[in-house]
Each structure stands twice: as C-alpha cells, then as structure tokens.
Design a protein around this ligand. Structure first.
Ligand code: HAM
Length: 417
C-alpha cells in the first residue's frame, strides 16, 4: 500500500505526495469556512522579539529550538516556530485588541531545531486556527469541536481529546505553592531537568516523561483545585458545551502544554497510530504579549501537525489519492501527424482536458508504453490516414475498447468529459 507520510529526513513533497497534502488543505478550507474563518498568510520569518515576547523567554521552543539569524542590517530574525505569535503580530493593529472577534486560519511550514525522529521534523507543516479578541468558554468548546470536525472529515477517528485548565495568572501563585510543597521533598529522586524546572517553571514538571519522575507526579495535587471559583466555573462551562456538542474528552490534570502563553482551557489530541510523538494537534486559550503593545491580546486556537495527520491516516489504512493521470494520450505516426497533434493538444488543454503527447518522433510502441506508464484513460493514434479522413479511433486503455471519433476539439472534448 502506498504511504502518504514522508519519511524522516526528506523535506520534499513530491508530485506523487502532493495530492494528499492538497486534500488536507482543501478539507481545512471547506470546514473552517463553515465556522466563519478566513485564511491569513503571514511571513515565514518575523523579528525574533515577536516570538521571544509572544511565546515567553522561558519556553523550550524559544530557549532551544528557534532558527535565529541576523540579516544584513543587523536585525535579528527568526524562522517561525509556530503560527500564533505571527497571527497576533498581524492582528495587533486591528480592533482585536479592543475585544472585536477575528476568526483566522493558516496553513504552512514551521521550523524548530529539534532532533528529528518519526513525527518530529525541523521543518514541519501546521494547519492552525485562532479566534482572537473575545473571551468566552463557548468559543473554546467551539474551537475543539471544529478540530474534531476537521479530523473526521479527513478520515481520522480513534483519537483522544485531552483537556485541562491552566487557570489565569492570578490563580497561579496558590497552585504553584501547593505544587512546590509537594515536589520539594521528592526532588532528589527526580531528573536534573525537573530539578531545574522546580526553580524556573514548576508546571513543566507535570509533563516530564521520565519514569522516576512520573512515579512522583502521580501523587501530585491537582493544581486546578487551587484556582478561583470563577476559573472553575469557566472550565465547567467549556465541559458542558462539549457535552452538548457530543464531543468526548478526558480531563488530564497533568496537561500543561509547552508554551507559556496559555490561560484557562488547554487541550491536546493524541492518537495511538503515532507511537512516541502522540500529539496530532494541540492548543488552548492564551494571552499573548507583543513588543510595542501594552495590553495582551486574547484568543483561543490550535494547530495540527500535517505530517502527523498523514501518519495517522496511513496507520488507519486510508489510501492516499494518486496524482490525476491524463485523460488522453495522443500518439503520432510521422512528422505531419506530430505537428497536428501538438496543435490539438494545446486546444484540448485550453478546453480543460488533461492531455499528454510525445513531442519527439518516437516509435509507436514506445509512445504506447508512455501512455501506459502515464496511466492515460484513452489514447488516439494519428497518422496520414487519420489526417486525410479527419477520423481516428479513440481507445479506452482499461479494456482496449475502440470507437470512431472525429479529430476535432469539440468531438474529443465531448467524448472525454
Ligand atoms: P504545538 O503543540 O507546539 O502548538 O504544535 C502543534 C502541533 O504541531 C503538534 O501537536 C504537532 O502535531 C505539530 N508539531 C509540533 N512540532 C513538530 C515537529 N517538530 N515536527 C512535526 N510536527 C510538529 C503550537 O504550535 C501552538 N501555536 C498551537 C496553538 C494555536 N495554540 C493556540 N493557538
């Protein structure tokens, strides 16, 4: 069976692979349109401070994974490691900062200097959405429902929606104090990374994958218990909306997500078909601060990794679409026929028929081999006799069935449509 997910190490998307990428993109455009989202295309690179301020200096992505370089003018630029910060930079000059709702989606390459493995690449592609400007639990739930709708549309089922709340900034000190009190006596048994996280960002301990740390984390208090009643009510409303929409989810108190801008709802979708890198998509509500803007921009959104979506489709046995073969192969016997066929090909293509023709004088056998290789649906052989009579045989390649056809654009276009 052909596979659609590219192997690690190659960055190319070949003409054979492109149709399945187009399928994902077309589905996203169609589904997101139903929810009132418009496409926003931001540049591949931004001033470095957009990501530093937007994602937070302490995030792994900013500290270890960004492709940052200086341009000729000495400005520091960075290849975008994710889409949210660039979208916010773009919307910062709009009424989104005054609470007006903006609904945008984006599709394109992102760059992170991570160690490549199956499902983890240095250049990868995301399909993401951002609902910016308004704060409402209903919008968080709608966002998750839109993601589920999109995944189902591209044939993906069997994923788990993991959900949690990160609280708002005012909720954090009480929760952090409880976590600190719990982890302190266990620090000696934990990995060096967690010992550092204890000092710098205690929340990140919760998503450590090391077994010895996992054993400790299993007994940790649920941070959400320390959040305000208002925050708890917000999260409850997100859950009620998801229930109303018939979306199944699991509340995972250890889900914190890697980027520092999240507040309230966070979510991640995992799939067993991915193995180690199990997140096909992730997102949540955020408050993002940008250089030159004194108040944070608020929104909710997510991004799905396209390579991972393709891996999951492969694991489910979904056959990727093949490139569309030509409808017609025109074979020529002799110079006059070749000249005629070249003209006919141009006219048929303008009439919307995909046509292949051999442009050099080659034997009929070799031309018919090309017709087979290209998987052309029909072929027509043109020689002196056909030129004289204006009539040829239209051969259906699948079964060899032949019918007479006038050698005109109109007749061929009619027969092939
Ligand atoms: P993220 O969790 O960092 O979130 O990335 C989202 C998805 O991108 C992941 O679930 C994964 O499928 C894919 N992905 C991330 N890194 C790689 C990689 N190195 N190779 C292949 N796939 C990868 C964000 O990027 C946030 N901006 C999402 C968001 C939007 N939150 C709010 N709005």
């Amino acid at each position: 069976m052909s596979k659609s997910a590219p192997p690690p190490g190659t960055g190319d998307i070949t003409p054979q692979e492109a149709p399945v990428w187009n399928l994902l993109e077309e589905s996203a455009r169609r589904i997101y349109h139903l929810y009132g989202y418009g496409e926003l295309r931001t540049p591949i690179f931004e001033y470095t401070e957009v990501f530093q301020r937007g994602l937070g200096d302490e995030t792994e992505v900013v500290k270890k994974e960004m492709y940052t370089f200086e341009d000729r003018g000495g400005r520091s630029l960075t290849l975008r490691p994710e889409g949210t910060a660039g979208v916010m930079r773009s919307l910062a000059g709009t009424d989104a900062v005054n609470g007006m709702e903006h609904r945008v989606f984006y599709i394109g390459p992102m760059f992170r200097g991570e160690r490549p493995s199956a499902g983890r690449r240095r250049q990868f592609h995301q399909i993401g959405v951002e609902n910016v400007g308004r704060v409402a639990p209903e919008l968080d739930a709608e966002c998750i429902s839109m993601l589920v709708h999109f995944l189902n549309d591209i044939g993906i089922t069997g994923f788990t929606v993991k959900l949690n709340t990160r609280g708002v900034k005012a909720d954090r000190p009480a929760a952090e104090a409880a976590l600190r009190e719990f982890f302190k006596p266990h620090l000696a048994e934990m990995c060096p990374d967690c010992q550092e996280r204890f000092e710098r960002n205690i929340w990140r301990i919760l998503d450590c994958k090391q077994e010895k740390c996992r054993n400790v984390i299993a007994g940790a208090p649920n941070a959400a218990d320390y959040f305000s009643d208002e925050t708890k009510a917000y999260f409850k409303q997100v859950c009620s909306c998801l229930d109303a929409m018939g979306i199944e989810y699991e509340i995972d108190p250890e889900l914190v997500r890697g980027l520092d801008y999240y507040v309230h709802t966070v979510f991640e979708l995992t799939h067993p078909g991915l193995g180690g890198q199990s997140a096909i998509a992730g997102g949540g509500r955020y408050e993002l601060t940008l250089p030159g803007i004194n108040k944070p921009i608020e929104g909710v959104g997510y991004a799905a990794g396209m390579e991972r979506l393709l891996m999951v489709r492969d694991s489910l046995g979904i056959v990727p679409p093949a490139p569309e073969p030509p409808k017609l192969f025109l074979a020529s016997m002799g110079e006059k026929a070749l000249a005629f066929n070249i003209g006919l090909t141009a006219k048929l293509r303008r009439a919307g028929i995909p046509v292949a023709v051999e442009v050099e004088a080659k034997s009929l056998k070799s031309q018919m081999r090309s017709a087979d290789r290209l998987k052309a649906a029909y072929s027509v052989i043109v020689g002196d006799t056909e030129l004289e009579s204006g009539v040829a045989k239209l051969k259906r390649m699948a079964d060899g069935n032949q019918e007479e056809i006038a050698l005109t654009v109109e007749a061929l276009a009619e027969a092939l449509k």
